[in-house]
Write a protein that binds this ligand. Structure first.
Ligand SMILES: Nc1nc2c(ncn2[C@@H]2O[C@H](COP(=O)(O)OP(=O)(O)OP(=O)(O)O)[C@@H](O)[C@H]2O)c(=O)[nH]1
Length: 338
């Protein structure tokens, strides 16, 4: 009989460190041939560009959420990869930061390919620096924690010990049992998260889980969790009201102008990321913004035959595409006037 391919789901709210963990796993010397299904909420894939792995093992599902809007695409991608199970030892699924992992788990437990795939565990990254903020924005943040078989409280370098302890206490209200490891840049021994047989299908019951959650107290400043039901998966994006807008620009940008633009984005945008073509700079510039924290770094030189295109993805609430496009246009005009 053919052995089942183990699968680990990497989930966690927007910007919590999922791609950081994925890259670490792919770079480590473990000898495993790993296939990846990568789901991004924005219509342009940024993570796919950053992961830097052979196309053959990577399936990208952009512009939607794995647990609802691109659910069918996910099944198709999993089936495609299954045709090549002989070539793979492990499958990693990185969900979008707004996915409800219960719906993804269901795909493995109840769908036809559960004979071929074995869900090893759901690993949820929790962003220590944006913990309370994320709860304010999304009920899904709580579901991501309650669904975890293993929790990584990430970005502990950005919080005090007292803040960490408060978060740990709160996390336990949503998930009393899963081991919770403290990490910086998702540095965790892989033996703690891969092939650990953490998921227990016989204990899995999405309805029970929803009921338990409805009794939980809600954290500081957040809206109380509503009772979930069988239909919640198709509405969770609407409930949270999270949207994305993306831009692609051919004109190289002035980095200082762009940084100012990024810094001045409205508070309702809580995740921004992308690849930039910068004036007088032969290398690609990668930028991340989570909350108000910005990171920019040089990645690699543009290939001679590569189109030098800036790709910018913004995720948040009440996004005003026209206004954002107009302000970005001003960055382009300021660059041209230099
Ligand atoms: N200071 C600090 N930064 C971190 C840590 N982990 C990740 N980051 C940074 O946080 C930003 C977002 O990390 P990603 O790994 O892209 O997060 P993600 O969960 O994949 O993001 P989405 O796919 O957009 O939901 C990047 O700038 C990372 O370098 C950490 O432990 N400490």
């Amino acid at each position: 009989m053919k052995a089942q391919l183990p699968v680990t789901i990497l989930t966690g709210f927007l910007g919590s460190g999922k791609t950081t963990l994925l890259k670490r796993i792919l770079q480590e010397e473990h000898g495993l041939r790993i296939g990846v299904i990568l789901n991004e909420f924005g219509e342009i894939s940024i993570d796919g560009e950053l992961v830097n792995m052979p196309e053959a093992g990577l399936m990208q599902l952009s512009n939607g959420c794995l647990c609802c809007t691109v659910r069918d695409d996910f099944e198709q991608a999993a089936r495609e990869l299954l045709k090549r199970t002989e070539e793979l030892d492990y499958l990693l699924v990185e969900t979008s930061g707004v996915a409800d992992p219960r719906q993804v788990t269901e795909l493995f437990v109840q769908r036809a390919f559960h004979e071929d795939l074995r869900l090893d565990g759901v690993v949820t990254l929790v962003d220590g620096s944006e913990y309370w903020h994320n709860f304010q924005h999304s009920q899904t943040a709580a579901h991501q924690i309650s669904s975890a078989d293993i929790l990584l409280l990430n970005k502990v370098d950005l919080i005090t010990d007292a803040e960490r302890d408060q978060i740990l206490l709160d996390v336990r209200r949503y998930n009393p049992d899963a081991p919770c490891l403290l990490t910086t840049h998702a540095q965790v021994p892989l033996a703690r998260i891969l092939d650990v047989h953490a998921f227990q299908p016989e204990l899995w019951d999405p309805h029970l889980e929803a009921e338990e959650n409805s009794h939980h107290l809600h954290p500081q400043g957040s809206a109380p969790l509503t009772q979930t039901d069988e239909h919640h998966h198709s509405h969770h994006l609407e409930e949270d009201g999270i949207q994305s807008v993306s831009f692609q620009l051919e004109q190289p940008l002035d980095l200082a102008e762009f940084r100012d633009w990024l810094q001045d984005l409205p508070d309702t945008i809580f995740r921004a990321k992308g690849v930039l073509s910068v004036i007088d700079e032969p290398q690609r510039v990668i930028f991340h913004q989570v909350g108000h924290r910005q990171t920019l770094f040089l990645e690699r030189e543009w290939d001679p035959d590569e189109l030098r295109l800036s790709k910018i993805v913004l995720i948040g609430k009440e996004l005003q595409r026209e206004r954002l496009a107009a302000s970005l246009n001003q960055v382009c005009e300021a660059t041209a006037a230099r």
